[in-house]
Design a protein around this ligand. Structure first.
Ligand SMILES: *Cc1c(COP(=O)(O)O)cnc(C)c1O
Length: 231
């Protein structure tokens, strides 16, 4: 048990250190990169170790699984939803999560806006973009982002704060640099074309977060490098 605690804390510190180094070598302020510690399939006991070692933002993929853990872990941390969100889970997701990284269609956006309005809240979201057009992954085609945004900016209870992507897996993280760069360029072109400022770029996971930071990530989502591999 003591060994396990040491490992999670040590791994977390190493990831934080690598984020800082990647930010500094690309001329960025390390404070501008938030670490989302991804806890899907991880037990509450191990999540507790990460929180006690300093994790402040935790990411979950499934609403049911998160609900149980969040109830058990009564810490003042921020939970983010990073999985695929079904419209019928929008209400629960709003209750549990401070930020939803994975909005990719009008229906779910409309439902989040409606549910948030009922409780006089604002749903904070990112739009998920599928840059490589992979059929196995959710996310908007890059060409769909501006047309959707034009509709969403009129939703009073929806705050669109940025873009998220999950690039194809490649053994060499250098190979996904083009996708991270493409997400940043998409963000910049959205501002140029329709004047909507999107601050957040959620990109980079265990094996490629340093490249993502170099390309402008403001949030990296890291699980395996902290907790070890999931079975
Ligand atoms: C699981 C997951 C992660 C974390 O992946 P690791 O390789 O374990 O760091 C990040 N983002 C999303 C969307 C995920 O589903």
């Amino acid at each position: 048990m003591a060994l396990v605690m040491f490992e999670v804390a040590r791994n977390l510190r190493r990831v934080q250190e690598r984020i800082r180094a990647a930010a500094e070598r690309s001329g960025r302020d390390p404070q501008d990169v938030k670490l989302v510690v991804v806890t899907k399939t991880v037990s509450p006991e191990r999540i507790r170790e990460a929180i006690e070692a300093g994790a402040t933002i935790l990411g979950e993929n499934y609403v049911q699984e998160a609900r149980r853990k969040i109830a058990e872990l009564e810490y003042p941390v921020s939970w983010h939803f990073i999985g695929h969100l079904q419209t019928n889970k929008a209400k629960q997701a709003l209750e549990l999560f401070e930020l939803i990284h994975s909005v990719d269609n009008l229906r779910v956006a409309r439902e989040l806006n409606r549910r948030a309005g009922r409780t006089r809240r604002v749903a904070r979201v990112l739009l998920q973009v599928n840059l490589a057009g992979e059929t196995t992954k959710s996310g908007l085609h890059p060409q769909e982002v501006i047309p959707l945004l034009r509709e969403l900016v009129g939703f009073p209870h929806l705050s669109i704060e940025g873009l998220m992507t999950l690039p194809p897996f490649t053994p060499d993280p250098e190979d996904v640099r083009v996708y991270f760069r493409a997400l940043r360029k998409l963000r910049d072109s959205i501002f140029q074309e329709i004047g909507v400022p999107l601050r957040e770029l959620s990109m980079g996971m265990s094996h490629d977060f340093e490249v993502a930071v170099e390309e402008g990530a403001t949030m990296v989502r890291v699980g395996t490098a902290i907790f070890g591999s999931r079975n």
